[in-house]
Write a protein that binds this ligand. Sequence first.
Ligand code: NAD
Length: 473
Amino acid sequence: KKEYTKSNSFGKQIQLQKKIADIVSALRKNYDAGFTREKEFRIKQLYAMYDLITKEEAAIANALKLDLHKSTSQSIVMELGIVANGIVDMVERLDDYMTHEYPATNPAVFLADTAQVRRQPHGVVLIIGAWNYPVQLTLLPLIGAIGGGNAAVVKVSEISVHTSALLAKLIPKYLDSKAVQVVEGAVPESTALLKQKFDFICYTGNTQVGRIVMQAAAKNLTPVLLELGGKCPVIVDDTVDPKIAATRVAWGKTINAGQTCIAPDYAKEFVKHYKEAVSTLFEGDPGKSDHFCHIVSENHFNRLNKLVQDQLKVSGTVEELGGTWDKNTLYVPPTILTGVGKDPKTNPIMSQELFGPIIPIIEIESVDEAIELVNKFGPTPLSIHPFSKNRKTIEKIISKVNAGHVMANDCLMNAAIEDLPFGGVGESGMGSYHGKHSYYAFTRPQAVLIRDISHDLGNLVRYPQVSGNHNSL
Ligand code: NAD
């Protein structure tokens, strides 16, 4: 029986592999036909995506509610609104983006020659999305892919079950399936996809899988954009009003119940204000609030629980701010851990990304110590959040910590400025997108030099047999 099951699952794998290979080869044929590169086609698809998010707003908000207990207002601001802005921005600026650049030339070329930089689409691209902002993280890269003139396979995350199923239904309904195909599923489907040759891969998710994606891409020398996670430290000094700092951090830490790649990870000396801020943000009790998200799955709920329990065995005191952990509703209360040890080797909470509404707080003596700890704790942060009124302190942190983004005196707001590149460094990612960076990520610069060939007088100097040997400058 075991043998039969084995061969049966092998048969399923072959079938899946063939199905995926067929999808990719059909897209490649379509891409080669050239229509995805036409400006009119790109615009039409972007408008269709706009229709998708506006006409299906209620269904999408409902799916997000089911997956993450996300409130409609959060879904609109943090998911649909960001996608809508991205579409409008791409449509408005596409003409500019598609206009060739004319670089400064030198005497190697002449007036009648044409030197240009053109942006070419990569070709057939793969977008692998994550579950924490399942709409934004799937559609925002797709805006770049379509705007750039590519054909795309979109792999939606299996963890955000309802939103993924809905997107898999809506994308083919609104967008042209000759240019965009959706693949649903989990690791087998992602693995089968990664066996295919793509011209570009954009992956959002954890760093471990990021390594798998990059290894698979290396086989075909496919360029990658990796949007990964990691720790996002907060450093608060004593020049700022702790109430303002604590409120901004509490907002950044509790939005999406801390399941945000740029959610702050640790801070100093503002526990009292943090507690007050959480209470104000969620009308006294996050457990009863429609505005406080829940954890996406039981696995992640258990992971968080184990992380806190393992940490408490080593050091720290826990304080839960409203209600208790509830496996049925996957509710995890905003949680503060104080008195946590600084050594990342012995304190699991200081070495791992938390991805939940839990904030460990450690006391530090100086900004230098904070910088040393952040660099020692690694991995390289996606975002670092210095809070200070002293610009020199902020500049010092910028120059000494190698982070993807610097969000000083606030949290998350950098993601609201379209043209600020969004992306990590080292373990937190590679490459960036958002706004014009999406267009640049999903296209490549192509050097074009078209020379005049009506005569050859100006070129005689480079032919040694005509002008004599050049043995020195
Ligand atoms: P996830 O479990 O949804 O995985 C992401 C994608 O990877 C899914 O589509 C999944 O099918 C695929 N995948 C999973 N295992 C795979 C494997 N073995 N081989 C190939 N593909 C596989 O999401 P996640 O990883 O739990 O996402 C959370 C992480 O993503 C956090 O670390 C977070 O910080 C990071 N993140 C980063 C950004 C960013 O923009 N930098 C944004 C959101 C989330």
